[in-house]
Design a protein around this ligand. Structure first.
Ligand SMILES: NC(=O)c1ccc[n+]([C@@H]2O[C@H](COP(=O)([O-])OP(=O)(O)OC[C@H]3O[C@@H](n4cnc5c(N)ncnc54)[C@H](OP(=O)(O)O)[C@@H]3O)[C@@H](O)[C@H]2O)c1
Length: 235
């Protein structure tokens, strides 16, 4: 696909743009903080102007930080919801309206997390943003089905990206979550799962069967799950 990519770091955008162009596709870059009101509109407009429209939109921007809920400053709680939830939700709203106005089918995706379905100590706010994304996608999938627009949420487990460095930097340098390397998946695994979902749409994309089963058990047996999480935290 030709794509519009977005982020704050120009050098990262240029790196991805070169990789896309090397595959013979066109790419348009939009720079800026996703919470700035004009950014989502600029992305949709860029797709319309450059490519005559779009088929899929993936709201991926997000971050985490380690805070107990009672200690998290309110400004940081609101900021996390602004980036992880409100910015992505507003992108999906704009994209849905544009597709409906054009009478075209499409696919809206949002990067949630396995932590949408259960939570861990110091991940309360992050999990709440991810659960909110999940609910929005589930409801929108039914609302938009008559317009031939599919909606999917993506639920990765621990993935080798900048995520944990960013979380540590926002938490006084503390790296509170350090799973063994064997439990960390490469980002390509998530990317492949997303591409499969674009080809054959589904409500939720999971990259680990174990995490999905774990999430199901955590819903049925919340006390047992939370005791296990406390034990894991002590270790
Ligand atoms: N890594 C994991 O273990 C894991 C697991 C489950 C779900 N996820 C989710 O996966 C998504 C991608 O994260 P990642 O793991 O790839 O981490 P990452 O390497 O830190 O990437 C985060 C992405 O979000 C963008 N971003 C963050 N804040 C932004 C802002 N205010 N404005 C614009 N763009 C912003 C970043 O671009 P710039 O920095 O250039 O702005 C970057 O492209 C997130 O939604 C995250 O919650 C990650």
């Amino acid at each position: 696909m030709n794509i519009v990519i977005h982020g704050r770091r120009r050098e990262q955008l240029s790196r991805v743009a070169s990789a896309v162009r090397a595959r013979g596709r066109e790419v348009e870059m939009v720079e800026g903080d996703v919470t700035h009101e004009h950014v989502n509109r600029t992305m949709i407009d860029a797709a319309q102007a450059k490519f005559g429209g779009f088929y899929a939109v993936f709201a991926n921007a997000g971050y985490g930080a380690y805070h107990t809920m009672h200690e998290m400053p309110e400004g940081e709680l609101r900021r996390m919801f602004d980036v992880n939830f409100f910015a992505g939700a507003s992108l999906l709203q704009l994209a849905a309206r544009a597709l409906i106005a054009a009478g075209k089918p499409g696919h809206l995706l949002m990067c949630s997390s396995a932590l949408a379905k259960f939570t861990l100590p110091k991940f309360a706010a992050y999990s709440a943003t991810k659960a909110a994304q999940n609910h929005v996608c589930r409801a929108m999938a039914n609302e938009l089905a008559p317009h031939r627009i599919r909606v999917s949420s993506v639920h990765p487990v621990t993935t080798r990206t900048d995520f944990f460095d960013t979380a540590a930097a926002l938490s006084a340098g503390r790296r509170e979550f350090d799973p063994p390397a064997s439990m960390i998946q490469p980002p390509e695994r998530v990317a492949r799962a997303v591409v499969r979902c674009l080809i054959r749409p589904r409500a939720e994309v999971w990259t680990s069967v174990g995490a999905r089963v774990f999430a199901g058990l955590g819903t049925i047996f919340p006390s047992l799950f939370d005791s296990f999480a406390r034990l894991a935290q002590k270790r």
